[in-house]
Design a protein around this ligand. Structure first.
Ligand code: TPP
Ligand code: MG
Length: 570
């Protein structure tokens, strides 16, 4: 069959199973858009390429499969960079396709020419500049294989305009098989044996789950291992939902906004089993003082992570689901490993610590809109299985602390890069990928503005996304750091104009509701607004001086956490 580069690219994306393709057209990618016109792929017209990138991320995070996005050359490509870098740090599989000026013009400062390949070298898992139309059948499936296999990540394909317009003849049966996740390296028996021994003889084991548990779909195995070992479990921000919040083994999120209980459990552990976690500084605090009594065993698909921050006693390179399945076979259901007196006492102590150090917050009756109460109320009110996206700031940390996530892939957040503006487009992507689910985006009055233009995309699509703005008229997390660590010198953290997000929503054609500061029953108003079946924004006033506590000062050890009572007496 006769193809142009553009129609071949579309064909290859169709064969990859791509159904939604967020992007924005422009000169250097127009041949591709022309070919897309004949395709059953639904193009999602974003309003900014960063939005398109995060819509793709929302699809990928909700499904675990690589999603694609598209942009033109120059500013289209540079607008994508933040979403690509974000995917890199959180190991999210996306394939970004960019138009490029014709090869004859590359290097001439042509109109809308930028070195997209060069710019994306450090922020992609891999990138391609297509030189010849005949390379497309190899490159496209390979891009998806690379994005999804082993440690997932973003891949970029830069396609010069002349490659898009070039002709090629390929027989239908000569088209390549689609790319996808390949088998991960296996792990030698001897290492599994050593890990089994380490765990079997441990009196105070802790499982430390990272985003890799969700990436490898290993949540149920991790939960089962915790049960069979009677081991407490702590999660990073990106692992929330991998074990249900009400599971008796779950001891909270560790790190900068974790509780004293979570950190005491880690301080007392004798074996730490890290699974798909990378010992990020926001999780470990001062790394030298993290888990001082524990022998560390580290399971990770990326061998470069093993020993990067902490030298483990045992390092196991491999897929978490696979290694955990092998471990489960060694700790059978009716084995006696879990129920030694020491183990039972340890699990009981861990639970007692959690009871003794809960999140501090006023009662719902006293302060219904205290963010912790608000998160719990929203979780009760929204249907089970709701997918929650968060933006970046205090509101994100309150959601992480207080929202009782019960399933993997129900909390989508920018962990590694911490990108304000993630929430709304990621929610659009999640809703496209999971049309039968409710999607809620918890955002801040600062973050939402960073990709507010995607409200127009949301209005076009009419998706059931509720945007909940925790409006404190502040860059709250910045204000909090200035209060705690910069002598209350509030530089550039307060907004002089308090925006009316409900009015803004209406301008975009989305239903908006503003909860008044003096509302008699704000929670009932919120519940009522949530009955809206289509997209809506609910603007909720949050106390301007509320802080996310506990908080470990940046660079300090996790046991040096600042708690509510420290401030109350200060
Ligand atoms: C793109 C980007 N710019 C700057 C920051 C630094 N930053 C982190 S949190 C924050 C404040 C966020 O404000 P808002 O969205 O209102 O959330 P709040 O903390 O008030 O809940 C800022 C500026 C960031 N994370 N991302
Ligand atoms: Mg704010």
């Amino acid at each position: 069959m006769n193809y142009t580069g553009a129609s071949l690219l579309v064909k290859l994306l169709e064969r990859q199973g791509i159904t939604h393709l967020p992007g924005i057209p422009g000169g250097a990618i127009l041949p591709f858009y022309d070919a897309l016109h004949d395709s059953h792929i639904t193009h999602i017209l974003a309003r900014h390429e960063q939005g398109a990138g995060f819509i793709a991320q929302g699809i990928a995070r909700a499904t675990g499969h690589a999603a694609a996005c598209v942009a033109t050359s120059g500013p289209g490509a540079t607008n994508l960079l933040t979403a690509i870098a974000d995917a890199r740090l959180d190991s999210i599989p996306i394939v970004a396709i960019t138009g490029q000026v014709p090869q004859s013009l590359i290097g001439t400062d042509a109109f809308q020419e930028v070195d997209t390949y060069g710019l994306t070298v450090p922020i992609t898992k891999h990138n391609f500049l297509v030189r010849d139309v005949a390379e497309l059948p190899e490159i496209v499936p390979l891009a998806f294989t690379l994005a999804e296999s082993n440690r997932p990540g973003p891949v970029l394909i830069d396609v010069p305009k002349d490659v898009q317009t070039a002709s090629i003849v390929i027989a239908e049966d000569a088209l390549p098989v689609p790319g996808g996740r390949t088998a991960s390296p296996t792990c030698p028996n001897s290492l599994i044996d050593e890990l089994v021994t380490l765990l079997a003889f441990s009196c105070r084991p802790v499982l430390y789950l990272g985003g890799g548990v969700i990436a490898s779909n290993a949540s149920s195995q991790a939960r089962e291992l915790a049960r069979r070992l009677a081991a407490p479990v702590v999660c990073t921000l990106n692992a929330l939902g991998s074990i249900p919040a009400d599971d008796p083994h779950f001891m909270g999120m560790l790190g900068m906004h974790g509780t004293r209980a979570t950190h005491t459990i880690l301080d007392e552990a004798d074996v730490l089993l890290a699974i798909g976690a990378r010992f990020d500084d926001r999780a470990t605090g001062k790394a030298a003082e993290f888990c001082p009594r524990a022998a560390i065993a580290h399971i990770d698909i990326d061998r470069a992570e093993i020993g990067k921050i902490k030298t483990p006693f045992l390092g196991l390179e491999g897929d978490a689901a696979y290694i955990l399945s092998r471990l489960l076979a060694r700790f059978p259901e009716n084995g006696n490993c879990a129920f030694t007196p020491a183990r039972s006492a340890w699990l009981a102590r861990a639970s007692a610590l959690c009871t003794a150090h809960p999140l501090h917050h006023p009662t719902r009756a006293a302060e219904p809109l205290h963010p912790v109460n608000l998160c719990r109320f929203l979780a009760e009110t929204l249907p089970a299985g709701t997918i929650v996206t968060a933006d970046v700031g205090q509101h994100q940390m309150w959601v992480a602390q207080a929202w009782p996530f019960r399933e993997p892939r129900t909390f989508l957040t920018s962990g590694g890069l911490g990108t304000m503006g993630f929430g709304l487009p990621a929610a659009i992507g999640a809703s496209l990928a999971a049309p039968d689910r409710r999607v809620a985006c918890v955002s801040g009055d600062g973050s939402l503005l960073m990709n507010i233009q995607e409200l127009a995309t949301l209005a076009d699509l009419g998706l059931p996304v509720a945007v909940l703005v925790f409006n404190n008229a502040q860059l709250g997390l910045v204000r909090q750091q200035q209060e705690l660590f910069f002598n209350r010198r509030y530089a550039a953290s307060h907004f002089d104009t308090r925006l009316d997000f409900s009015a803004l929503a209406q301008a975009f054609g989305v239903r908006g509701q503003r909860i008044a500061v003096n509302s008699r029953d704000p929670l009932a108003e919120i519940a009522d607004a949530l009955t809206c079946p289509g997209p809506c924004i609910i603007d909720i006033p949050i106390h301007e001086a509320a802080n996310v506590l506990p908080m470990v000062p940046p660079g300090a050890a996790n046991h040096q956490t600042i708690e509510h009572h420290h401030l109350a007496t200060a």
